[in-house]
Write a protein that binds this ligand. Structure first.
Ligand code: AMP
Length: 220
């Protein structure tokens, strides 16, 4: 099954896509994760992307479209994939359509996760990450045993630059201006399935599986 997760930053796309990827045994393709590892590795693409990411802006379309086109041709995508954080603009969605035609694939569902802005800001501003092993925490919802220290490896926790409140506001503006139009785009293509992003991780995952029930039955 080929799926897209759509939603504002902090809606829980990454968490839900990761769980679903294990359940369906298909890869999760997160453009944010791919870009962050390119930044860490200091590749030319990472160097180009960093300033956009740090300021809360979207990375130029041609950079992310190239990443996704390469990734979709890898063997593990042959029985399906979950796009997490792509497309984020109408131009990216058009480019995706064109590349899927070339690859003889099609999207079956677009899962749009909705969460209100106040909740998003609370979620994002409390997010912390281990600087060594990358494990994620939340100061309110999933705090470490010792404040500021990773439970697993004892290294310090940090806040992603793009999770700081001012950058976060910028990311939300980018979302409403450039990504939210994709809700209509995929509604017109009759692919959109809206999922409330409020509730426990398990509740939301059950809602997603319920939304996909018909297709999972047809594919089995
Ligand atoms: P994420 O982890 O998905 O929230 O992405 C973090 C940052 O990576 C975003 O704020 C953008 O700067 C960049 N990014 C990720 N995916 C895309 C995309 N599809 N288009 C443009 N920029 C992206």
């Amino acid at each position: 099954m080929n799926l897209i997760f759509l939603g504002p930053p902090g809606a829980g796309k990454g968490t839900q896509a990761s769980l679903l990827s294990k359940t369906l045994n298909i890869p999760q393709i997160s453009t944010g994760d791919i870009l962050r590892s390119a930044v860490r590795a200091g590749t030319p693409m990472g160097v180009r992307a960093k300033s956009f990411m740090d300021s809360g802006s979207l990375v130029p379309d041609e950079v992310v479209v190239g990443i996704v086109e390469e990734r979709l041709q890898e063997a593990d995508c042959s029985s399906g994939f979950i796009l997490d954080g792509f497309p984020r603009t109408v131009a990216q969605a058009d480019a995706l359509d064109a590349m899927l035609v070339r690859l003889c694939k099609q999207i079956e569902h677009v899962l749009s996760m909705s969460v209100d802005d106040e909740e998003l800001l609370t979620r994002i501003s409390g997010r912390r990450m281990c600087e060594k092993c990358g494990k994620g925490y939340h100061t309110l919802f999933d705090p470490p045993k010792v404040a500021g220290i990773c439970d697993l490896c004892g290294a310090s926790l940090y806040q992603r630059d793009d999770d700081k409140i001012e950058t976060m506001r910028k990311r939300l503006v980018e979302y409403y201006n450039k990504t939210a139009p994709l809700i209509d785009y995929y509604t017109e293509k009759k692919l959109l399935c809206t999922i409330s992003g409020v509730g426990t991780i398990d509740e939301i995952q059950s809602n997603i599986l319920r939304g996909l029930e018909g297709s999972l039955r047809d594919n089995s």
